[in-house]
Structure formats: C-alpha cells, structure tokens
Design a protein around this ligand. Sequence first.
Ligand code: OGA
Ligand code: NI
Length: 367
Amino acid sequence: MGEIDLSADDAHQVFDRMQMLKAFDETKAGVKGLTDSGLLKIPTIFVRPPDELAEESTYKKTQIQVSVIDLSEIKNSDRRKNIVEEVRIAAETWGFFQVVNHGIPRTVLDGMIDGIREFNEQNIEEKKKYYTRDIKRMVRYHSNFDLFSSKTANWRDTLSISISDQIHPQELPASCRESTLEYSKHVSILGNTLLELLSEALGLKSDHLNKILECSKGHLISSHYYPQCPEPDLTLGTTQHSDPGFLTILLQNEIGGLQVLYQDQWVDIEPSLGGLVINIADLLQLVSNGKFVSNKHRVVANRIGPRISVASFFSGPVREVKVYGPIKELISDENPAKYRDVILSDYLLKFLNTGLDENLGLDYYKL
Ligand code: OGA
Ligand code: NI
C-alpha cells in the first residue's frame, strides 16, 4: 500500500506534465494569457481524466433551486423569526442559499465586478507584479492555487486579497483598489449579520459566532476570472470542493456555472440580479456538530466569458493559534461530539497545500 509504481512511460508523462505546468506558471499570464493567444484546443494539463468525463453523463438536469431569502425586514422581530427559520432549513439541507435585499447597493456590487474585470484585462506587465504563490503576501494573483498539487488544472485565474487591519490600501492594485475596499466594508457587515442569524438558528445567543468564536474576524476576498473556454466539456472552472472556513459570501456576474452537489446531482445556482450566494463552510459544520452542512460545489467551464465571481471567505482569526471544536451547548449525552478539535491555521493550511481533488476536508476530523 502507498507505494508508487511508475512505469517508464508514466514517469515520462509525469515529467512532461510538470514541465508544462512550470512553463504555464512562468508566463504569469494565467488562463487569460492562453485565451488571448486565440487557441482552439485546451492544453492537456487542463483536460480531466477519462473516467471523470464519463461520469458526467450520469448526472441528470434538474430544475430544483436553492432558496432565495429576503433579508429586508430583518429588524422586525416577527419577520426575523421567519428569516432565521428559512436560514436554518437552508443551512441544514443544502448548506447554500441566496440572499436579496441584503443591504449592499447594486452600485457597490457592479463596481466590484468591474474592478476585477479591469484588473484582469489590463496590461499584462502591470498584472504580473502581483503574481505569486507566497501565501504570506496579502495580495496574491495567480492561476490555480493548487496548480502543482492537483491532478487537473482549472480554467480560472484568481486575485486574492486578505482584508485585515494589517493591509495598507496602497498594497491593493490600483485597478480594483477603491471598489474592493468599498465592497469589503459592506460584505463585512453582511457577514456579521448572517453569522447572527446562523447563531440564532442554532438556538444560541445572536453574538455567539461573531464574538465568542470570532468567525468574522477579517476575511479573504478571492476574485475569480473564468475566461471563455474553447472546449468547456473537457475541463472545469473549479474542481468540486467544500470551503474550509466558516462562511462564504459569493458575488457572481450573469454568466453562471456554479453548481452545488445535492442528493447526488449537480444543481445550477443561477445568477440572480443583485443577489448573493451564501454557503456554509467546513468549520461551521464542525462547530455546529454537523447540524449545518458544508456542501460540495464546483464551477463548470463555458464557451462564453468571462465569468467573474468574488468569494469572501470568513475564516476567523487566521493568524492566531485558535482551537475549534463542536460548541459545548450543542452536544449532550444523546448528541455526542462528532468531530475532534482542530487548530484553525492547521486546517486552512492543509486546504491550501492539498489539491482540491485530493482534499479530505472534515472527514479527517470525524470521530
Ligand atoms: C470558491 C468557489 C465559486 C465561484 O472560491 O471557493 O467555490 O463561483 N467559487 O467562483
Ligand atoms: Ni468554494
């Protein structure tokens, strides 16, 4: 067990693949650089293995949709009870829902998308300055964070910005500086609000997730740019995965492609004008002792593009040593802890250092 037995042929292929990955990475131009060159076939590093491609035909088209929750009357206590109930049901079943009337103005959402478009479509030399795989950097632009650890590369480029007290505005790329700072202010408020609703849905005091567990302390904004793809059926925009932190708020433009795995089917999450997609991430599943679910999702590639999405990850105090386990109030003799304790930074680092297609996620911490 565990031994790798490579034939000479296999060894050649592994070597060739590594050379191709390196060459691609060294262009620092991402997938956008490939599409700009006008290619008609996608390079083999992006092509999914035959068994995975064959599996696609076993999925049926379905019309079901995640629920859309209207947050407009959240301050009205009767209405709030209903909203908490809707949030609870969605968090326990799909782990996904959309929100509308969430308080972030359309101009701020549109500004964020436009800024990301501008960053990706600007002069390549300017963009290259931010290209890095160093996770200590607050601003990181690259294609596929797991390029060298995954089996298949994804048709996607990403700009990640860690938002905390430590970041100076001048560190942000000029093309998306104002828009990101503005969006970040709003998304941080919405993150707090959602974590209050989720606390209430767990039967806890509304500040439990924010104050005691510090789930919304800082956030990471990862903005993805999915260029048009000449052979969308052979690759993916994002391999299936669950998010490692507590909660994710996702803004997407009108192209679509996000799918959630629900009852063994891939269900499209249709872009909704002005709406935002919310999903429960692994550590919220862990602290809720499995009451809330962190569901697998992915992004399919598309012949048209670019698709732009902005994921805001709320992952708690990522730079501190903090341990998380199932919340004491939620466990009892009848309902014992389902997970071991985990050190936050260990969990997040493991996610970053493992390819999306190899990640075990919470399974590793199951009791
Ligand atoms: C992610 C993610 C989905 C999207 O960044 O974790 O799942 O629509 N993104 O880009
Ligand atoms: Ni995700």
